[in-house]
Design a protein around this ligand. Structure first.
Ligand code: ADP
Ligand code: MG
Length: 619
């Protein structure tokens, strides 16, 4: 008796779907990649309920003809590959023709699409892999995919989903990856009605980097560039002083596709050999371009891994480009945007209501100049004087970059001359916009007086700045930027505090402190969060120990960030620069900052009407 069944196409699709659609984030990635493949200049990704309940991707790309709009949901339906020869040189993100089949097998999908040359578009709805409805429809040119109720018909999968928060942030990360890979396409990502990020699509990697990774990271990046036997490398890598606690900020793109590769990771990290602290990792956004025939992208259904025909060539290209960027570092090379571009890239106040939960796209503004926040310790780090091969033992292991130089490069390897690297490319400055708020001055060395429309704002400068720093620290996620102290400080915490510090060592490290026991009673403090004035180290740590004693872990984390923000913020009684006041006033006026981290209001408003009434101008 026969025991072998041929699975129905739906079951086969559901099994295959598991490989492509692991989580809602996979749907975001596939739909966004399809939009990019369709030649879109601008794409909007909207999410609700962690993506599982609702994902909508709207593009202004080439659209689909009515027949294609129905056929695109079939398995192996693709316009990107015609025969086996095409597989040898893939130039699009997609080619397997299975994403839409997989997505529609496990969710409810609606599609509106219209080609620019057609008068009318097409509407299609699909659920569980079956077309439910299809008819002509009026719609803008381009394509809108709406995906609802992911895994509604595969309860086993549904069980594996994480919280909406976790899935939602994975969706945003996936969108950010695609956006970072294609700086020529403008991507807006909105989650639960709030803008998570917006890339301008001006074709400049630094604009995308700035918008997606934030100003803090952008400021620590050095341009890297080079070419080796047909493999071109361009992008940015972090300065050795700005090592991170994990590899989450390492982005590699091969011909625009975000990939994971242990060999590229090794090439990058080897370039930093002996210049990064142990346990720290460099950040990078590196674009590797090579002939499509020299890379096989058909290794895995998610297309996150690739095979190079010559791993060595690619390894060398990355390694030497990074090495040369690090040699060229003078401690001050940074991605910098003009203030007006910063402003243009800033999140739209209209859709950002809760700065405290800001996502990865948050663009945090710092009141202090980069030179100050960059820290003296780093700027005084020595350059790379003595020639040394990377295999030779380092003169001063685990210290700031010292005593290194590049080993001989492979014959064909070129890197740009220093002067070229030193000039970090800068996005063009768009025309200045008029400032919406005017700062009239400061009173009692405590309150900023600003005017906006017919309102007068009185702003508590310390409270407002404290909130700004706090939001920025929170937005940095798990790792807070740290500064090495020029002279490590010793500090005597007292026996109880010593125990608390030992218990919370990992948390403090995440938040930018580096502490080490010194004898039985003392601690050596080697690094503190970048925002903290080193002179405040002991008082900050004392306050933190007190909070750790009281609160749970989450409370403790926020508590520590609050302490850092409070110590880092400008204080009442200090002289404050007019520029700083302007930035604060704008943040407050835009509604991004309302309360200090302790819940006190940051501003008091007086309207013209109220004043006129007081003066008896009106009754
Ligand atoms: P692949 O991208 O591998 O070709 P998909 O299942 O993702 O497979 O998409 C199937 C086909 O549907 C694509 O080849 C393309 O022709 C069409 N398509 C999908 N999304 C879009 C879009 N946003 N705009 C235009 N065409 C699209
Ligand atoms: Mg696709």
């Amino acid at each position: 008796m026969a025991v072998i069944n041929i699975l129905s196409p739906l079951v086969a699709d559901m099994i295959a779907a598991g490989e492509v659609v692991e989580r809602p984030g996979s749907v975001v990635k596939e739909l966004l990649e399809n939009a990019v493949d369709a030649g879109a200049r601008s794409v909007t990704v909207e999410l609700r309920g962690g993506g599982a309940t609702y994902i909508r991707v709207t593009d202004d790309g080439c659209g689909m003809a009515p027949d294609d709009a129905g056929n695109c949901f079939l398995r192996h339906a693709t316009s990107k590959l015609h025969d086996e020869r095409g597989l040898e040189a893939i130039t699009t993100m997609g080619f397997r023709g299975e994403a839409l089949a997989a997505i529609s097998a496990v969710s409810r999908v609606e599609l509106y699409t219209r080609r620019p040359e057609d008068d009318e578009g097409t509407y299609v709805s699909v659920a569980g892999g079956e077309i439910q409805d299809m008819h002509a429809a009026g719609c803008p040119k381009g394509t809108v995919f709406t995906v609802r109720d992911i895994f509604y018909n595969t309860p086993a999968r549904l069980k594996f989903m994480k919280s909406d928060r976790a899935e939602g942030s994975f969706c945003v990360q996936q969108a950010a990856r695609v956006a970072l890979g294609r700086p020529d396409v403008s991507v807006r990502c909105v989650k639960d009605g709030k803008e998570e990020f917006f890339t301008p699509g001006d074709g400049r990697p630094e604009s995308a980097l700035y918008a997606l990774l934030g100003r803090e990271t952008a400021l620590t990046m050095l341009p890297a560039e080079g070419e080796n036997e047909g493999v071109a490398v361009a992008g940015f890598i972090s300065s050795p002083a700005a090592g991170r606690g994990n590899r989450a900020t390492q982005f590699f793109f091969v011909n625009g596709r975000s990939i994971r590769s242990q060999s590229l990771q090794a090439a990058l990290e080897q370039a930093y050999k002996n210049t990064l602290m142990v346990g720290k990792f460099p950040a990078c956004v590196l674009y590797i371009t090579l002939s499509p025939g020299a890379v096989d992208v058909n290794v895995h259904p998610t297309k996150n891994e690739v095979k190079f025909s010559s791993e060595k060539r690619v390894f060398d290209a990355v390694y030497y480009s990074c090495l040369s960027a690090l040699e060229g570092e003078r401690g001050t090379l940074q991605v910098r945007l003009s203030p007006s571009t910063e402003k243009k890239l800033a999140p739209q106040p209209a859709v950002r209501e809760a700065p405290a939960d800001s996502g990865p796209g948050q663009m945090a503004m710092d009141l202090r100049s980069p030179a100050i926040s960059y820290g003296t310790a780093r700027r005084s780090a020595p350059a790379y004087p003595a020639p040394r091969r990377p295999s030779a033992p380092p003169a001063r292991p685990q210290q700031a970059p010292a005593g290194r130089q590049a080993p001989p490069r492979p014959a064909g390897m070129t890197v740009p001359p220093r002067e070229k690297q030193a000039a970090a490319p800068m996005p063009e400055a768009p025309a200045q916009e008029p400032a919406p708020v005017r700062v009239a001055g400061e009173v009692l060395r405590t309150y900023i007086v600003a005017e906006q429309g017919d309102k007068i704002l009185l702003i508590d400068k310390h409270a407002a700045h404290e909130r700004m720093v706090f939001d920025r620290l929170k937005a940095q996620g798990r790792e807070v930027m740290s500064q090495a102290l020029l002279t490590p400080q010793t500090w005597r915490p007292g026996p109880e505090a010593m125990d608390i510090l030992a218990e919370n060592g990992a948390l403090l490290t995440e938040l930018g402190f580096e502490l080490e026991p010194f004898g039985d009673e003392d601690m050596i403090v080697r690094a503190v969060p970048e925002d903290l004035d080193p002179a405040e180290t002991a008082s900050a740590l004392e306050e933190i120990c007190e909070k750790l004693q009281k609160g749970g872990r989450d409370l403790a984390r926020d508590g520590i960030l609050q302490t850092v923000a409070c110590k880092a913020a400008i204080k009442a009684g200090w002289d404050t620069d007019p520029m700083e006041m302007q930035v604060l006033a704008e943040k407050v006026a835009s509604g991004q900052i309302k309360y200090c981290p302790h819940g006190r209001p940051v501003a008091v408003t007086l309207t013209k009407k109220e004043l006129d009434r007081q003066f008896g101008r009106i009754l």
